[in-house]
Design a protein around this ligand. Structure first.
Ligand SMILES: C[S@@+](CC[C@H](N)C(=O)[O-])C[C@H]1O[C@@H](n2cnc3c(N)ncnc32)[C@H](O)[C@@H]1O
Length: 263
């Protein structure tokens, strides 16, 4: 009887997964989640191009094991999975930064969580491209990423928080502009952790990476790139960046899509 129940469950699960795959490979491809599933499966079977090339580093080497405080766990299009959000907050905990710069705010989910896991007094700057400026960017932004720019409001997940319940949101300063044209000079030599998650097009990743080096305080700190995974131009851009700057030791944090540089 037990065997029959188990077999029925397995067959049902199998049929359901086929149906979900069919959905993901057809209508689902028009949704962020569907594209993510597609890229995960391709990556799993090693059929994504370009493929990650950086040497792997263990999460244990870059994350703190201290307890984390996480909020807004719902994943909306453009947000990272909860496992990566936790990894990023673990890096923030370990680095204990006095200042963080994020390129690419979206709904502010990561900004908020960095605020919750950074030390008191840490300042967090987050830059986003306003949709009105989409036509005036320094480099072209591909269709794939335009929909993340075309939103009503940037940072709504920290803006909508009650300041008494989330006093950490006071750490956040919102900035607006195109990372290709923005004047970063007031933040040069003043940042301990840079999180690059704006446009994922080649020119932008390269541009933002060069800027991140200038932002680091006395050239020291951590730079993180999101979406370092199969099929993304983040990979090709970081290959060029590495060739230009052979002294830099970049790594891919295992089981995440973060590229990591600690100087
Ligand atoms: C992938 S989302 C960021 C996700 C967010 N960091 C998170 O972890 O939830 C990309 C964001 O970058 C912004 N963006 C795209 N191109 C940009 C540019 N050239 N300059 C500044 N921000 C840009 C988009 O408006 C969008 O909000």
């Amino acid at each position: 009887m037990r065997f029959l129940k188990q077999t029925t469950r397995r067959v049902l699960k199998y049929l359901l997964s086929i149906a979900l795959m069919l959905y993901s490979w057809t209508i689902g491809l028009f949704t962020g989640k569907g594209q993510y599933i597609h890229s995960l499966v391709c990556e799993y079977f090693g059929i994504s191009f370009p493929k990650p090339k950086l040497p792997l580093i263990s999460p244990a080497q870059v994350l703190s094991s201290a307890p984390l405080r996480l909020a807004e766990l719902e994943v909306q299009p453009g947000n990272m999975p909860v496992s990566e959000l936790a990894a990023l907050c673990g890096i923030v905990r370990r680095e204990n930064p006095r200042a963080i710069f994020e390129i690419g705010t979206l709904n502010g989910r990561t900004t908020l969580n960095m605020a919750l896991n950074s030390p008191p007094g840490c300042r967090i700057f987050t830059l986003d491209l306003p949709r009105e400026q989409l036509g005036e960017t320094r480099y072209p932004i591909s269709d794939r990423f335009r929909k993340l720019v075309e939103k009503e409001r940037s940072g709504e997940l920290f803006l909508n928080k009650d300041a008494a319940e989330f006093p950490e949101t006071k750490k956040i300063t919102q900035l607006f502009g195109d990372s290709g044209n923005f004047d970063f000079s007031p933040y040069y030599n003043a940042i301990d952790l840079v999180f690059i998650d704006g446009s994922h097009d080649y020119e932008y990743v390269l541009n933002d990476s060069e800027i991140a080096l200038k932002l680091l305080r006395e050239g020291r700190g951590v730079i993180l790139w999101h979406d370092y995974r199969g099929g993304m131009e983040v990979i090709t851009a970081l290959e060029t960046f590495r060739k230009r700057r052979p002294g830099l030791s970049l790594h891919h944090v295992r089981d995440t899509s973060f590229a990591y540089l600690k100087r």
